[in-house]
Design a protein around this ligand. Sequence first.
Ligand code: ZN
Length: 135
Amino acid sequence: MNLRFWRTAARHAGVSFRYRRSQQGEGRHAIVVIDHKDRVVGRLDYRICRECRIGYVEQIEVAPHCQRQGLGRGAVHEALAHGPEYHWTTSRQSADGRSFFAAMADETGLAFTGQGAVCPHLRGGRLDPPARRRR
Ligand SMILES: [Zn+2]
């Protein structure tokens, strides 16, 4: 199931996925799920380290009345498209989150290990590090 599938499915459900650069800092990104009345019904926050090729899903939430319609899955596919073939991790804090990401791991073939942010840049909050200066 590729990204095109999810975008088509989303259109049928009357929702769309929009990318937003998060206001919370460099290297932080978000996929926002918008319904047909332009209301935000879901959100996925993630971080990317291009240097280490790591993606980290920080949190994902879908409005209660929109759950179990594949919106969370669609948002994950949108985020994955931003870091294809990266190593993706998540915190898997809640029981819901653990079962969700176990299902996503099955579906995508990605590990979605629950180790949290695994590289020093993501751990230290220094994201998308600038190119090293030459001496
Ligand atoms: Zn890194």
